[in-house]
Design a protein around this ligand. Structure first.
Ligand code: GTP
Length: 600
């Protein structure tokens, strides 16, 4: 099929606006899946999704479609559905020549609609607006049309109004895709330039890469090289997604499909990477970035005996997920564990959940930290991803000129009535308003710069609860900014507990310091001595709680008589002791850390 008869497009939408339903309907319409298959299809994909971790995806798929007597090859390129994966969305868009912007007729433009629109717009992609769910009684199509015109400046003269669920006007979409979206501009006679935009790990065949062939031709048996890693691979299978992998033996310029290379782990497939034929290097496509974890946390087994098992489980999980980074970490308080980097907090939550559910592990996760940048007197700088690497007060005063923290640009869309409470929330999180526009008479779109560290904790939950669920939120990277951050230690009888240190902004030290001391004092069992819990910055104490002493005499309850019962109790107490950690002279059960950190 010549490149003129190919269209590569994506559907971008806010969560739940109907992207998967529409994709399924397009596959049905083109006969790519049969009607009774479509249900089955969804089920199959869920399995694959589970396998590949959290990239919550519909499907990347090829379709054949006859229009005005000519057959076209249409490639629907899927984009991940969550803000943690903005980079991946931008790479998926880089493999397309246009996008369908799908908006729910009853919900209107939401934060992810806007964020995805800007990603596509900045890549100069033509954008076809489509309004979905016109069957709903609460549909407000007119207002949504004017939102699209006013906020995005898109032409809505012959906008498609559809119901993906009921199949209304689905047939109007593909003719528009063919007419309004340009064909890919590749040259089959030029040296190979292949663009990797997605990948996953398949238990049977290994790493599957999705590629867009920009120039040239890629064939089974070809030897190719990654422009980023310079590693060499051989193509063992290649073809199109129709809707499953269908081998074709080759892909040529303009086409999109899968390729199986001899890659061992998903981490070798760098999204955004360019491949070329061995000994035929080409200029790589712009915009590539290696995976950049932005949220780091320590993960430790609740039971130290589980270390090896957990190590295996973490290895298996990361085999599937190229975007996590893993390093071993040793904590005085929590023992052996790992420092794991994630793209965002959803990514982190899902990782933890999968460890617990699929691998039956109980883990302690420390307070997440974003990467802070330390700028030294000699102009050099370094990133700190763990409070234990934070410069000590001496080093700070002699050697450090500036501390910087990562910032984001957040887009928040919400009903007018909640503006006050949400502005308070953003202000309390050190946010600064950048602009503010009315979407219609009921809703506004606000943009704020916020420190990333403030939104990796409870920002999203707070936003939802304070707006009764009506506010939506998305963000993008904004680089680093100077910031007055400090390291706070938690001390138990004057001994700092490494796993409980945190880096925070000076303005929050008082509130967080008091809260932490109080919460820690609530989870530490009484000891034979009095125990002092303090939070401190350097030598300066911020807050203190005291746990009074208790002589714990378990046998006192036994009235002397029953010896076996007494033995059992003593035995039990010994068991309990084994799981205790000594911090200074204080005995701590690992569970105290778990309780403290999971209630955070
Ligand atoms: P994510 O996969 O979470 O990103 O959502 P999505 O955008 O893929 O949405 P999905 O297709 O899963 O649809 C979300 C919900 O909206 C489902 O319950 C669909 O049945 C429903 N839905 C989709 N299209 C329509 C429509 O045209 N009308 C109505 N009434 N409901 C629809």
């Amino acid at each position: 099929i010549p490149a003129q008869d190919i269209r590569n497009f994506s559907i971008i939408a806010h969560v739940d606006h109907g992207k998967s339903t529409l994709a399924d309907k397009l596959l049905e319409l083109t006969g790519t899946i049969s009607l009774h298959q479509s249900h089955q299809q969804v089920l199959d994909k869920l399995n694959v999704e589970r396998e590949r971790g959290i990239t919550i995806k519909a499907q990347t798929c090829s379709m054949f479609y006859k229009y005005k007597g000519k057959e076209y090859l249409l490639n629907l390129i899927d984009t991940p559905g969550h803000v943690d994966f903005n980079y991946e969305v931008s790479r998926s868009l880089a493999a397309c020549q246009g996008s369908i912007l799908l908006v729910d007729a009853s919900q209107g433009i939401q934060a992810q609609t806007a964020a995805n629109f800007w990603l596509a717009f900045n890549q100069d992609l033509p954008i076809l607006p489509v309004i979905n769910k016109i069957d709903l009684e609460s549909a407000n199509t007119k207002s949504v049309i004017s939102q699209i015109e006013n906020s995005f400046g898109l032409d809505t003269t012959d906008i498609c109004l559809i119901s993906a669920k009921l199949g209304i006007n689905i047939d109007k979409i593909l003719p528009k895709v063919i007419e309004k979206i340009p064909h890919p501009n590749g040259d089959i006679n030029k040296p190979l330039k292949a663009f990797l935009f997605d990948s996953w790990y398949d238990t049977y065949v290994g790493v599957v890469c999705l590629m867009a062939i920009v120039d040239g031709k890629l064939q089974k048996g070809d030897k190719i090289v990654s422009a980023y890693s310079e590693l060499k691979y051989e193509v063992s299978d290649i073809g199109i997604m129709y809707p499953e992998q269908v081998p074709t033996g080759y892909l040529h310029a303009g086409q999109v499909g899968y390729a199986i290379l001899s890659m061992k782990v998903a981490a070798e497939a760098h999204i955004g990477d360019t491949f070329y034929h061995y000994k035929c290097p080409v200029e790589p496509l712009p915009g590539f970035e290696p995976a950049k974890p932005m949220v780091f946390a320590g993960i430790f087994p609740v039971d130290a005996n589980e270390f090896n098992k957990l190590d295996e489980s973490i290895k298996k999980l990361t085999l599937n997920d190229a975007s996590v980074s893993v390093q071993k970490e040793t904590s005085m308080a929590l023992g052996q564990g790992w420092r794991i980097g994630f793209l965002g907090t959803l990514h982190m939550d899902v990782f933890q959940q999968r460890l617990e559910e699929e691998y039956d592990a109980s883990v302690i996760v420390t307070q997440p930290t974003v990467p802070y940048k330390i700028v030294y007197r000699d102009g050099k700088s370094k990133f700190v991803r763990n409070p234990s690497e934070f410069p000590d007060p001496d080093e700070m005063s002699y050697n450090v000129v500036e501390l910087q923290e990562p910032m984001v640009m957040a887009t928040i869309i919400l009903p007018n009535d909640y503006m006050g409470v949400i502005m308070d929330l953003c202000g309390g999180k050190r946010g600064e308003q950048v602009d503010y526009n009315s979407l219609d008479e009921h809703r506004v779109m606000m943009r704020y710069t916020l420190p990333l560290s403030e939104i990796v904790t409870d920002f999203h939950d707070e936003l939802k609860s304070r707006s009764s669920g009506y506010a939506s939120f998305d963000y993008e990277d904004m680089g680093y900014k100077a910031s007055d951050v400090v390291k706070m230690n938690l001390l138990i009888n004057k001994k700092p507990v490494d796993a409980l240190a945190a880096i925070l902004h000076r303005s929050q030290v008082q509130i967080v310091g008091r809260d932490w001391a109080k919460r820690l004092s609530e989870v530490i069992p009484k000891q034979l001595y009095e125990v002092a819990i303090q939070t401190a910055i350097g030598g300066k104490v911020i807050a203190r709680e005291t746990i009074s002493a208790l002589r714990k005499n378990v046998t006192a309850k036994c009235y002397g008589g029953d010896v076996t019962r007494k033995m059992k109790l003593l035995e039990k107490q010994k068991e309990g002791k084994k799981k205790m950690k000594m911090i200074g002279n204080v005995e701590l059960p690992q569970k105290a850390f778990y309780d403290f950190l999971s209630k955070g």
